[in-house]
Each structure stands twice: as C-alpha cells, then as structure tokens.
Design a protein around this ligand. Sequence first.
Ligand SMILES: Cc1cc2nc3c(=O)[nH]c(=O)nc-3n(C[C@H](O)[C@H](O)[C@H](O)COP(=O)(O)OP(=O)(O)OC[C@H]3O[C@@H](n4cnc5c(N)ncnc54)[C@H](O)[C@@H]3O)c2cc1C
Length: 564
Amino acid sequence: MPYTSPVAEFEFLMRHVVGYDRVAATDLFTEASPDIVHAILTEAGKMCDTILAPLNRAGDLAPARLENGVVRITPGFAEGYRAIADGGYIAMSADPEHGGLGLPMTVTTAVNEMIAGSCLAIQLNPLMTQGQIEALEHHASDAIKNLYLPRLTSGEWCGTMNLTEPQAGSDVGALRAKAEPNGDGTYAISGQKIYISWGDNDFSCNIVHLVLARLPDGPPGTKGISLFLVPKRIPDDAGNPGVANTLKVVSLEHKLGLHASPTCVMQYDGATGWLVGEAHGGMAAMFTMMNNARLGVGVQGIGVAEAAYQHALAYAVDRTQGRSMINGGTGTILDHADVRRMLMQMKAETFAARAMALDLAVSLDLARATDDAMQAARAAALTPICKAYGTETGIAVAQTGIQVHGGMGFIEETGAAQYLRDVRVTAIYEGTNGIQAMDLVGRKMMDGGAAILALLDDVAATAAAAGDAGAPLTQAVDAMRQTTTAMLALKMNDRFGGAVPYLMAMARVLGAGYHLRAAMADPARAALARFYITRLLPEAQAHMAQAICGGDGLYDLDPGDLAA
Ligand SMILES: Cc1cc2nc3c(=O)[nH]c(=O)nc-3n(C[C@H](O)[C@H](O)[C@H](O)COP(=O)(O)OP(=O)(O)OC[C@H]3O[C@@H](n4cnc5c(N)ncnc54)[C@H](O)[C@@H]3O)c2cc1C
C-alpha cells in the first residue's frame, strides 16, 4: 500500500522539539550530525516507500504458514528482510565492536517507525533481533558475544524472545520451562512457549532464541528465572550453523492481523542452551530487552498511525459525497467539518506520539553518552507512557481511518481495515497497556514521583514560554501535579485502579507540550497545536478525575453481579 516516509517531520522534531543537538554534541555520537542523519533517514525512507510498503498487503493476503515443520514466509518478504539487513538498519544502535553502527537510539527510532509504517509484520522481525542484541551486549559472556553478535548485527541470523507460556503471560514468574545443567557448561531446556513472534522463518540460516526458564534450584516467581540462549542450529567450531537443536515449531496461531508475522508455539525438548547473565538473574537481562522493545512497540503504533492517516487523507481528497456549506471547498468529503475533525485528530495525535518517542530516545542517548542519571530516570518514566500512548494512537488513528472511508473502510480491498487489524496487538504484547500503566504508577513512582514531576516541570517551562497560548497547559500541568501527589498517597491496588487514566492524562499533557514547542518554532504549526490544546488536552481533566478515584467502586459488583 502506498506510504511516504515522513523524513522531514523527523528532522523538524529532532531540531526544534526534542533537542537532538544535545545528542550530536556528545563525544559518543559526534558522527551522527544532522547531515549524516538526513542521509540515513532519506535512504531508509526510500527503502520503506519502494520495497517494504508494496509487501504490506501481500502479507495480509498470503499469511506465513507451517509446512512439514518448516515456516514458509509470504513471497517477497525474504527480499524485504534482506534490504533491511543489508541497509544496516537492524544494528544501527548496536556496538561497533560487534558490527553495529553505534548510532543514537533517536535515529534508530525514526527508522523503526518508517519500517513499521510501511510494513508492520516484517518490522517485528528486526525489532526482536534489536532487543536480543542489546540483551547480549549487556549480559552475555565474551564467548557468546563474539560468536553471536556479528551474525545478529549483520542480519545473517535472526533473534526471538521467548517469555510467554500458556499459564504465564503478564505474570512471567509463573513460567514452568526448565533448564537442567548438562555438566559441560551447557543446559538442557525443556518446555513450551507460546505466541513467539518470528519463531521460525525460511530465509535466515539460523535463529537464536532467548528463552526464560527455571534452574532446578530456582525459587518460585520471578526471582528464580534465568535467561538462556538456544540456537535453532548449534554453531560448529567455525561458527557456522551445525546440527539441529531439539526444538520445533508445533503450530502457528491464526490471528486478527499481522498475518505475515509467524506467531509460533515452540516446543523445547532438552534443547542445548547457554546461560546469559547470572543464574536466577533472567529478569534483569530480560528487562534490558523489554525496555528497548517497549519503545520499539510504541513506535510500531506510531508508524501505523502515520500510514493510516496518509491512506485516509488520500481517500478524503478524492471522495465526493454531499455538499459542505464552506466557501471555496474542494468538493470532496474533505470539506465536511466532521471529516476535518477526524483528520485533524489523526494528525495531531500522530505528531504528539512521535514527538514523545523521539523525546524518550533522546533521553536514552543522553543517559548513555553522559551517564546522566536524571536522563536515565526520565527515560524510565517515559517508557510505559510512550508504549501505551504510541500503541493507543495507532489503534485510534487506524480506527478513525476506517470511519473516514465510510463503507469502503469496512471493505478489505481499500486496506484501511488492515491497519487496525495489524496494530491492535501492539496494545497487548510487550506488556499490555494495563501493565504499562501499573509500571508507571508503581515502579516508576518509587522515587516519590520525582521523575514524573520533573517531566511536568519541562512541560510547565514550555507552557510558560508560550505566553497566552500556553495558559491552558499551565493549568493542566498544575492539575497533573496534584493528581500525582494524590496517586502517591493511595494504596497500591487503588493506584492500579486509576493507572490507565493517569497514564493517558500524562500523555495528553506531554503531547500538548510537544505541540506548543513546535508552534513556537514554526508558526505554520500553530493551528494543529491549537486543535490539540483546545480539543484534546481537556480530556486530561476527565482522565485525572478517573485516576484519583483509584479502586473506588471497582469491586462493588461481585462476580455474581457481573454475570447478572
Ligand atoms: C501476536 C502476538 C505476538 C506475541 N509475541 C510474543 C513474543 O515474541 N514473545 C513472547 O514471549 N510473547 C509474545 N506474545 C505474548 C504477549 O506478550 C502476551 O500475550 C501478553 O504479555 C499478555 O499475556 P496473556 O496473553 O497471557 O494475557 P493475560 O496476562 O492473561 O492478561 C489478560 C488481561 O488481564 C490483564 N492482567 C493480567 N495480569 C494483570 C495484573 N497483574 N494486573 C492487572 N491486569 C492484569 C491484562 O492486562 C489483560 O487485559 C505475543 C502475543 C501476541 C498476541
């Protein structure tokens, strides 16, 4: 489906909204100057527009399938994957010592969004590998790093992450997969994992699974979980894929969308694995991977939002239906006030979510380049908001995109429905959005709310600088500070009862801040900022009111009442 990479938009945001110049000014990222970034984004954008976007519909129509134990991928996807790997886009932010490009996460984030916007199903593959590379860089032994990282960064081998089991979804600590020491430094991994994205394919010569399992002396719960590297084919002495490991794909899931991405049930039968990180330290290692992936999944939502917006706009400027009372209209549905409202909201939400993702990436880069603990805390607080708001934006924009199409939105040929079907899962995987919100009001408030209040201080400064235009935002920030204090005073389960509305209120407030900064830099952006501040920011008040209700009333209906 046609897609145009929003390269100029990324560059505007980097320059005027999220302060990318601070990243380029560090010693670590001195080579990632705006000129270099322009060249990288332009090249990546061309690949997305011309090679990946045409695969999107094909992937929906010809899903991955299991054939005699081998996963067969949609025709054309192997070539698409090769373009991503050969372009160096898998390992953009990986360590150059093992074949990475050492570029800032900000640049990777922009490229990941374009790849996701052009074809979400294919992008999930390199996203998994990126997370695995980061986990190995931080936690694996030198021997594992030297053997695996060059092959993962080049894209020769693909990576997966295996957490979920039938009884262990959000509660990873309930997992039952076992790891028995073989006595030679390796482990025998046994158990079943479900929903494993890209658990197999027919285009890479090896697949490296990171599997969470419990050692015989592992205590129950998350404290007893260890992380293992389990290759599909065990590398021989020369590092080439050797004998097949004792693992297999049992079946593929039939899904609402994302059809080209094989979602596998994996069976491990004493498969040979290597410990990554400390015994019983699997969750720490997994968190490295998950934080990377949470930003990545938020960005998936934003990519699809952009694609769905472009698609809906193209339809609206073409479709004639009814007459609007405005003067000098186009004669298409674009003239209707309600269609304008929908398109404005799609554009405004996509902008805010994208700015948030880049803002988070800049903080990650600054934390890495300067060891600045404040930036690390800022990134940690932004991560669950970005994951949830990015994916909710993807869903909301894709859903509105169907509405803009009218009946044609419900007809598969237009492709509008595919965006919604594909993006829906992003609010579920990598920790449901409910779990993200609980992370925000739980772990991320363990500092007494300091990181969140610091984020609000940033927004307050923007609102103050904007003068009269910033007044509604100043009020919203004050209300958000009070809501944060009120949340901190609640018992944990009460906080959880208000967690999702609290997160959405934060997203609204942050989003208004990004829009104002853009409007101050470029008056042509003031209209969209006004739209966001007058029509969407007021929703924050309703979210805050819900947030401080906490758990009140949520248990007033007992299970019998709910069924009545
Ligand atoms: C297409 C697809 C691809 C996936 N890819 C991968 C992959 O590559 N690797 C992998 O390991 N997993 C993968 N997953 C699994 C995914 O991460 C889980 O589905 C997700 O974490 C939710 O777990 P669950 O499905 O068991 O739902 P549950 O955990 O049963 O949740 C059901 C509902 O209860 C809520 N809930 C659960 N616990 C709590 C709690 N403590 N407090 C409040 N609410 C709660 C949830 O938010 C949700 O609304 C994938 C899933 C899908 C559908």
